[in-house]
Design a protein around this ligand. Sequence first.
Ligand code: SIN
Length: 281
Amino acid sequence: MRNSNLDIHPVTGMIGAEILGIDLGADHPDSVYAEIRNALNEHGVIFFRDQTLPTDKYVEFGQKFGTLIASKFIPTLPDYPLVAEIRKEADQDRNVGGAWHTDNPYREIPPMGTILYAQEIPDHGGDTCFINMGAAYDALSDGLKKTLGQLRGVHSNAQVYGKLARADKRGNPSMINLDQAAQEVTHPVVVTHPESGRKVLFVSPSYTPRFEGWTEEESRPLLQFLFDHVKRPEFACRFRWQPGSIAFWDDRQTLHYAVNDYTGTRRIMHRLMVQGLGPLG
Ligand code: SIN
């Protein structure tokens, strides 16, 4: 890693890096948080192991990267309204985040990143997968890049949470405010990453039903092409959680997918979301 004192180990050729030997609960100079931020911009998702942060310290760590934003649909910890608890009990079938998505793209200003801290994890299973949407963009033809560069995508939370509001509640992890899932915004389909300047695709199977000004039927073939394209293993990495693991992903340049292969075991994660710098352009 250029100009960094951090011990950074990329996990694939395209996305993800582990940062070793740092205690995120300790006080560090601002330069260390700037280096972590650089690593996030460069690798899309960064991973830390063996952390033992009390919740206060975890919140303080998140605040080093911007204003934290509260989760609307995922319950939060009783004394920590900015810490969402993603809990799947042993008797629940469905999980949170079990489809490719970025977090909260239905906000006018989507988050810059999400931080997830493993509290209780299954002995095996429950991994999280990530895609580098900049690499996926780079691999498209110039012709398609030009077409996509003129389009805006509609991002809707009704697709995910509205469906859950209408679904049979049995087997679901707990959610709140599902009756408020009716938010729709648009963002460019090709976004310039506000910190690295890299062009990235900004659409996801979970939240993007159509292009602005197009019907869902008209949008589906091109969106489906993009959703299939981005899933190429070359653009992806998979993170195996251990007790104390923390993942920090950049919501502006990645998608993620929580693998739901551990029914019968409990999994609990604490999630922070960091506000983006402004509307995506
Ligand atoms: C999420 O989609 O934000 C949660 C991912 C996970 O639980 O692995």
